[in-house]
Design a protein around this ligand. Sequence first.
Ligand SMILES: NC(=O)c1ccc[n+]([C@@H]2O[C@H](COP(=O)([O-])OP(=O)(O)OC[C@H]3O[C@@H](n4cnc5c(N)ncnc54)[C@H](OP(=O)(O)O)[C@@H]3O)[C@@H](O)[C@H]2O)c1
Length: 275
Amino acid sequence: MSSWNTKTVLITGASSGIGAALAEVLARKGAQLVLGARNSAKLQAVADALPNGGAARCICVATDVSREADCRALVQAGLDRFGSLDAVINNAGISMRALFRDADLEVIRQLMETNFWGSVYCTKYALPSILERGGHVVGISSIAGYRGLPARTGYSASKFAMQGFLEALRTEHLHDGLHVLVVCPGFTNTAIRQASLTADGSAQGQSPRAEEKMMTATEVAEHTVRAMEKRQRTLVLTRQGKLTVFLNKWLPGWMDGMVYRHMAKEPDSPFGRKA
Ligand SMILES: NC(=O)c1ccc[n+]([C@@H]2O[C@H](COP(=O)([O-])OP(=O)(O)OC[C@H]3O[C@@H](n4cnc5c(N)ncnc54)[C@H](OP(=O)(O)O)[C@@H]3O)[C@@H](O)[C@H]2O)c1
């Protein structure tokens, strides 16, 4: 029996990828789950497939995290069903692939509203209960939250904003027993690149990268849950991710060129020329 048996965890973006994997890992440990995402059918399918009788200890709430009222209703549904919340995992996210000069401003706005504001809304409404329980606020950020990535200006901005928000929140509650964890996965095999927004806001539809060579969503979820158990501040994943964060800290100018060349090598790179 793990301590998760007595805990309730709210996960946004649980209909796919890392969010669905987090639900599975936590269900296996016996946690009660509050799952949110826009696609109700996919969310329900994730709930129905939960191990260890997890479906009976889980609620699914159709949620668009870019809408404050949806986030408030998601948190309230969790409180109504389970009485309290021990953790919120702000995982819902979208990415983009377009140069800033070409991108419709609505793309940048959508990125900020989902990745940043969605995290702010859910954290705001869940925080009172989490504080009472000495629980966890988790943000699934990205290496792009440490190092700006070309053709992902809105994505990097949203993740930098999320990390600043969570660092400040952690410091505000340094003596209140609140645990704040920032998770920065490296490239992970999920649907995120298919769903990435192009310059006009339409979904990219396919991944430009070799998804099968990436870390799996289950590995990210297992590392994340372990980091929550250890009450770590930050979790940076993959060898490439750790190297990027390290080199960017000490050699930021040199990294401009490295990152440019790396991203320009992607097939159909919006840079418009080969590195
Ligand atoms: N995969 C990677 O390489 C990678 C690397 C670093 C960080 N991350 C981060 O990991 C997180 C999870 O992404 P993923 O890789 O697992 O991608 P994914 O498979 O595309 O999953 C994204 C999830 O977010 C949900 N979502 C998107 N917009 C939403 C909205 N407005 N309201 C509510 N839910 C929304 C999606 O559900 P609905 O469509 O049903 O709403 C889906 O469940 C993201 O924050 C992403 O930035 C991923």
